[in-house]
Design a protein around this ligand. Structure first.
Ligand code: AMP
Length: 283
């Protein structure tokens, strides 16, 4: 695996590869890699000739400085995992590569995606995500870029970003990788004790329950029952449980039989905030 730290060097490399007729796939991450990230690398390798992964803990997407400080940093283990996964290229940019002083600040138009759900609880988060992904995409110029459904709203934001800026890369969304218990893999799980990890599976149980019952039980009852369920099973706070149109994230109170629906959850176990989601209708 070739490791680049400078945008210009990576740019030279990808340009050469493209001249040779090779397609470039790209998996942006913030490190602390687990099987969820590696599944994206694997898919990237299946679908493109050169798999590029980036690790950059993007400060502008953390609305809470304490959260940024606590974010796990495991670069040596990450490099080993990427080598084992036969990733071709790793890009580890410094802050000055990502935010060069001559790059003008942009405000991204995200409509309701900006302030709904995650946006409401993490003001500015998606502006930060767009800044980082836009910059990385400018550098890597991939044919295909890979994201996890785990960050459902982020995927919709990225689709909006690419449409607004006519970025020609194809966006591939890969399904969420879970522990055998159903817990969605996440870098934040590292901060859970064994007991909390066990309790955290209540999110998956709530998602499955909503999926099994959304055609027969009113949505507001599903949401209030699921909120109580999480609070009774070790969660200290539920930010939201929302049943939404899967393409627009607009709230839906009743299914019309054809709309694609998803349910999204964000909740705390002690001070660790977990998010997860599930499609209710066929994907
Ligand atoms: P992060 O490092 O948290 O920014 O995540 C990098 C990419 O990995 C994003 O596209 C995430 O959606 C994806 N990802 C994180 N966890 C999972 C998971 N459990 N399954 C699939 N993809 C994931």
């Amino acid at each position: 695996m070739i490791v680049f730290r400078l945008a210009a060097s990576l740019d030279n490399y990808t340009r050469l590869q493209k001249e040779k007729g090779h397609s470039i796939g790209f998996v942006p991450t913030m490190g602390a890699l687990h099987q969820g990230h590696l599944s994206l690398v694997q898919r990237c390798k299946q679908e493109t000739d050169i798999a590029v992964c980036s690790i950059f803990i993007n400060p502008t997407q953390f609305n809470d400085p304490a959260d940024l400080k606590k974010y796990p940093r495991t670069i040596e283990a990450d490099i080993l995992k990427l080598e084992q996964a036969k990733c071709d290229v790793l890009f580890i940019p410094g802050i000055e590569e990502m935010y060069p002083p001559n790059r003008a600040a942009i405000h991204y138009e995200l409509g309701n995606l900006e302030n709904d759900l995650e946006g409401m609880y993490r003001p500015g988060h998606f502006q930060g995500v767009c800044q980082a992904v836009h910059r990385l995409t400018d550098i890597v110029k991939p044919h295909k870029i890979f994201f996890g459904q785990k960050d459902f709203q982020q995927c919709l934001v990225i689709k909006r970003l690419f449409k607004n800026f006519q970025i020609p890369s194809e966006i591939v969304v890969n399904s969420t990788i879970r522990e055998p218990s159903g817990l969605a893999m996440s870098s934040r799980n590292m901060r859970l004790t064994d007991e909390e990890r066990e309790k955290a599976t209540a999110i998956y149980k709530a998602l499955i329950n909503i999926k099994n019952n959304f055609t027969s039980v009113p949505f507001d009852k599903l949401v209030s029952d699921s909120t109580s369920f999480l609070l009774q099973h070790g969660f200290s706070k539920v930010d939201y449980i929302a049943i939404c149109d899967a393409n627009t994230l607009q709230p839906v109170s009743e299914w019309n039989g054809s709309q694609q629906l998803a349910v999204l959850i964000a909740a705390f176990i002690n001070n660790v905030r977990l998010i997860d989601n599930m499609m209710l209708t066929d994907e």
